[in-house]
Structures are given as structure tokens and as C-alpha cells.
Design a binder for this molecule. Structure first.
Ligand code: ZN
Length: 461
């Protein structure tokens, strides 16, 4: 068994040179979406490979039809230690508008901002600073004990900010090499500067587009109005019927696979200080929509939704036209939680629409993708070990949170490699990722490194 304290001390002693490494990486303009920076993306991949090799990893640049992947392997110090796959991305978002930056986005430096010491520059938070927290944790282990407590495979992607087109084919083609006991993903945020967070639940999504058709042409509303079916009325009626008066979704079997959040998890969310006033006040609202009697965090993290995202039909231009449209359309999406099945939700929605369709009317459906939610069991050993490791490092205990949206890579790891993914990140809400003046707090970087040291030790136990 390797001792933890000297590794943490080593990471502290390394901090200045760890920062130099981060600055080096952040100077590389690896903007994946802009072909002008194609060579820079490769440079970043090569930089990572040679740095990982210097730490004793067997690392290589792996070509894809787009920007290359970085894959690296390192054995564990002892037999039988678990095997982790660590994921991060080395590409960054474009920097324009450049005139809004306080300093050159590719000349990273430590500056004072709002009374905090922060590392300023594109990619410092998303995701170069974050991925280096893990690499520097490995480095501290190597320098202290000459070994890692767990077997490590690293996958760094260079297309995360441009839709990850090469990722799925790469996972498929290299599944045997990348498969580990579980995945660690460092591309998310803390709850606040003192409270680390593990994202245990990510909502899934089903997208549907529907078009209701009635008469075989647009009609004069004076001549036909009152006698002819109006698709806009019919569509409105159907959409209005998606929720009952308590805010629940009315579709048959919609809540199959939805579990109540354990009361101790809900209680821990209560301690986060997120009130309805704070959450909704920030967007000019005051009363929660959706299911009654649930907190805003529960509504956005742990409950499914039905939302109309777009609706159109008839005449919407300048002036006025007394028309009864021949058709009306809407885009509808469902956020899923727990074990809700995207295919069954879609089928249930379509059956509902069909059942509400009056005589002479038709409906067309177009599907816009679907993915299930990801929910790690709250009693999972992986989650709970990481939780106590993080709680040892930060001023406040770690909290298991949900995420309203989805992180596709977590689903891909689960689906394609059969691995649970632990999402831990040290970014903060005010890091301005994707925007001018991106930063990463010095504490995020330093304590992030220390956090991975503790998590690796906890996983090895
Ligand atoms: Zn990212």
C-alpha cells in the first residue's frame, strides 16, 4: 500500500512546475472547430504524448479522420489494483471577439480577479487545466513512490468542442484497449468554490417533431371558418394535454422507471442554499413550473419533463391574413431520468397524439434522436469512495448532484464500453468557459491535483 501524505506534499512542492506545464499547453492554439488551427491541434496532442512519456506512460498520438486522440497506458504498482480510464479534451473554443479579452488568450498567466488568484487564458478551465489535474496527480505518485496506485489508461480527445465526430468510431475500434473498470471524466464543475461535486445523474433526451394536417389547402377563414378543422387549434389542444393541473406529464407509462430520489440525497441538496428565489429570480421568474411540491434542484436534476421547444403554422408575417392553415407543427422534447426508455416514451407520445386526432386529420412524426438518462446508483462504491476522498480535501463535504442536460461521453462509455463514469471537475460557474476571459482558480488547479491523488488512493483500497 502506498502512503498518501507524501504524495500530497510532493504535489504541493510541484505546484510551480505544474503551472509551467499548464501554461505550455495553454499556449498551443488548439481550436478544433477552425481548420486554420489543425496543425496546432496536432501539436497539443504531441505535447501531451511527450509529457506523458516523460512520466513513464506508454503514450501515442492516434490519428482519426479529424483531430488526433491521445491514448496512454500505465500499469499499477500492485497486482489486482483497479483499472481506470481517464477522459479529458485538449481542444478549445475559438477566442473571438478578441477585443473583449483583458489579455492575450494564448498567453496564460496568474492574475488577481475579484480578490482571487486565477489562471487566465483560453483552455485554462475547459479542459486543459482540468485534464492536467489528473496528469499532475499521476506525476506526484510517480515521483513519490515510483508507481501508480491504480492501473491508468488515458484518453484525450481533440474534437470535444466541435461535436466529437471521431469519438464513437474510435471507441468502437479500440474498445478492447480502452475498456477499464470505470471511467473518470474531468470536464464538469464544483457546486461552489468550497463544495466539490460528483455528477451522479445526467438527464436523457427524446426529441420529436409533429405536423398536424387537416384540409388539403390553406382556407379563407370567413368562407370556411366554423366548419373546417383548424390544425393550430388541434395541435394546441394536444400540446396542452401533455401536463395535468399538478404539472405531471400525462402520457401513458411515462413515469415507468422513474424513482424517487433517496431522502438523504434530497436532504443534502437542501443544504446547498439554492432557493426558488435565487434560481428563478436570476432569470426574472418566481414560481416554479412543472410538478408541484418539489424543489427547483429536484425538478431540474431528478425529474423528467415534457417541453414544447417550437411551434409554428398559419400566417405569422407582417399585417394580418384571415387564413385557416392546412397544417401546424411543433418540436417537443422530453428530458428523461432513471431508467425511462427513450423508445417507449416516443411510442407513448405518438399513441397519445393519434388518440387525440379528430376526424379528417392526419399527423406526421419526425424523430430527433433519443438517449437514456445516466444515473449512478447512490450507493455505488465508486461514488462513495470518491465522495469521501473529495470531502477530505475541500472545506465542505462533496455533494452528489444531478445535471439537467447530458454529457454524451458518459453515455458512450456506459453504452459502448460498459463502464460507469465518475464525473468530477473543479471548474466554477464563473470560469467563463467558451467566453472571453476564461480562467481557472489557482485553488481549482492545486486542490484538483490533490483531489485526484486522494481519489486514486481511495479507489486502490
Ligand atoms: Zn469541456
Amino acid at each position: 500500500m502506498t502512503e498518501l501524505a507524501p504524495v500530497l506534499t510532493q504535489a504541493d512542492a510541484n505546484l510551480d512546475s505544474s503551472l509551467e506545464k499548464l501554461f505550455d499547453l495553454c499556449r498551443i492554439k488548439s481550436i478544433s472547430t477552425d481548420p486554420a488551427f489543425k496543425a496546432d491541434c496536432r501539436t497539443a496532442a504531441e505535447w501531451l504524448v511527450s509529457y506523458l512519456q516523460s512520466l513513464g506512460f506508454e503514450a501515442s498520438v492516434r490519428d482519426t479522420p479529424g483531430h488526433p486522440m491521445v491514448v496512454a497506458h500505465h500499469a499499477a504498482g500492485s497486482e489486482g489494483a483497479p483499472h481506470v480510464l481517464f477522459y479529458g479534451h485538449y481542444d478549445v473554443q475559438p477566442v473571438d471577439p478578441l477585443n473583449l479579452w483583458e489579455r492575450d488568450p494564448f498567453d496564460p498567466a496568474i492574475i488577481e480577479r475579484d480578490g482571487q488568484r486565477v489562471i487566465a487564458g483560453r483552455g485554462t478551465s475547459d479542459d486543459k487545466g482540468q485534464l492536467l489535474t489528473f496528469v499532475e496527480a499521476c506525476r506526484a505518485y510517480k515521483e513519490t513512490h515510483g508507481a501508480l496506485p491504480v492501473r491508468v489508461t488515458i484518453l484525450f480527445e481533440g474534437e470535444e468542442e466541435s461535436g466529437s465526430p471521431s469519438l464513437k468510431p474510435f471507441l468502437e475500434a479500440n474498445a478492447a484497449e480502452l475498456k477499464a473498470d470505470f471511467a473518470l471524466i474531468c470536464d464538469t464543475s464544483m457546486w461552489d468554490a468550497e463544495t466539490p461535486a460528483i455528477s451522479a445523474g445526467l438527464r436523457g433526451l427524446v426529441g420529436e417533431e409533429i405536423t398536424i394536417k387537416a384540409a388539403d389547402r390553406d382556407l379563407h377563414s370567413g368562407y370556411f371558418g366554423g366548419a373546417a378543422a383548424n390544425p393550430i387549434h388541434i395541435l394546441s389542444d394536444i400540446l396542452a394535454g401533455l401536463h395535468d393541473e399538478t404539472g405531471r406529464v400525462t402520457l401513458e407509462s411515462f413515469y415507468d422507471g422513474v424513482e424517487e430520489t433517496p431522502s438523504q440525497i434530497k436532504a443534502s441538496w437542501e443544504t446547498l442554499g439554492m432557493s426558488t428565489e435565487k434560481f428563478l429570480g436570476a432569470i426574472g421568474l418566481s414560481v416554479p413550473s412543472g410538478e408541484k411540491g418539489r424543489s427547483v434542484l429536484e425538478l431540474t436534476w431528478a425529474r423528467p419533463t415534457a417541453e414544447v421547444n417550437g411551434i409554428w403554422g398559419g400566417y405569422t408575417g407582417e399585417g394580418f391574413k384571415t387564413v385557416i392553415a392546412a397544417e401546424a407543427s411543433a418540436k417537443v422534447s422530453f428530458r428523461l431520468v432513471g431508467k425511462q426508455d427513450p423508445d417507449r416514451i416516443r411510442a407513448s407520445f405518438r399513441a397519445y397524439v393519434q388518440s387525440k386526432l379528430p376526424a379528417d386529420c392526419r399527423v406526421e412524426f419526425h424523430q430527433h434522436g433519443g438517449s437514456p438518462a445516466i444515473q449512478l446508483p447512490y450507493d455505488s462504491a465508486l461514488l462513495n469512495r470518491a465522495k469521501s476522498a473529495l470531502s477530505d480535501e475541500w472545506p465542505k463535504p462533496a455533494v452528489m448532484i444531478g445535471m439537467g442536460g447530458s454529457i454524451p461521453i458518459a453515455g458512450d462509455f456506459q453504452k459502448m464500453l460498459g463502464m460507469e463514469a465518475l464525473l468530477v471537475g473543479f471548474a466554477l460557474a464563473d470560469d467563463r468557459i467558451h467566453s472571453p476571459n476564461e480562467k481557472y482558480n489557482l485553488t481549482s488547479f492545486h486542490k484538483g491535483i490533490r483531489s485526484w491523488i486522494r481519489i486514486m488512493a481511495a479507489l486502490a483500497d
